[in-house]
Design a protein around this ligand. Sequence first.
Ligand code: PMV
Length: 331
Amino acid sequence: MSAEATAPGKIILFGEHSVVYKGPAILLAVDRRATVIASKRDDKRIYIDSEDLGFSGYFEDGKYTSVTGKIWRGRNMAALDVAARKVMAYLGIESGVNLKVRSMIPIAVGLGSSAAVCVATTAAVGELFDGNLTNEKISELSYEGEKVIHGNPSGADNNIATYGGIMRYERGVGLKRLKLDVSLPFIIGNTRKKRSTRNMVEGVKALRDRNPEVVDPIIYTMASLSQAGLDALLRRETKKLGDLMNLNQGLLSALGVSTIELDELVYAARREGALGAKLTGAGGGGCMIALAESENLNKVEKSIRAARGHSMRVNITDEGVKTRKIKDEYS
Ligand code: PMV
């Protein structure tokens, strides 16, 4: 018997960087998912196999052994090991597990791939041992895995991967889940340039430390823009939503987190009629998102590809983590 769990990736619609200081970030779960299939082992190993993420190996007594002899993707692998062990410790079980990981979410470009994989691992291992984990527990335990990768993350990514839908996150205020009753497509343009969120956040901090009198008002504007953007989204005022995305891009650029590659994709999208286009996530590479009327979606996507971006069309999804048991052929 094995158990499967899937969890969605995410985009940040508004509030990246400003959320570190003030105001909300608005996160949307998107219909690109990570899947983990967990099965029991007779030994104590946590055996992780993922072609999509490019690694295969196992942990035993905290020590990693590569099976493919390929790259050691240290923190990614360790995060899954931690997530699986935390679930078993919570359930009072001592066992090894096989984790087969597949993901349709590109890694290290701000689309919440690590959170989706941690959440799916937690849920799959929980299901395998009939743990009846609540969503709250899944999110809490997977956060332990996320910490291995990101140090001290906000907790927003593991929540959106667990619950799906729309999430408003504000420091000191917490998370609020919202639902959108109709679907809204976005186009993601991926520069395919990996970047570190930590470095980007540090860069903004250094700029602010040197120029607080200029940077603070930018951050305050971003904070109010983020709230206005959420209101526009919930009211489906797409023209206004597009305006606010464009304004936000200008301010993110002012903070120095956009790049020439991101700008090229943003302008490529706008040139073909996108209502709004901005980078999403930490910047410095990674992805941008565009909002367009349905008749312009194809043109916008084509334009992003012509500007050397990888394009994906996604929809907001209310579907958070999902689990099921799989009956093996011979069991
Ligand atoms: O690119 P991501 O998904 O890691 O998003 C980073 C969002 C920041 O606001 C830049 C950092 C943070 O911790 O909120």
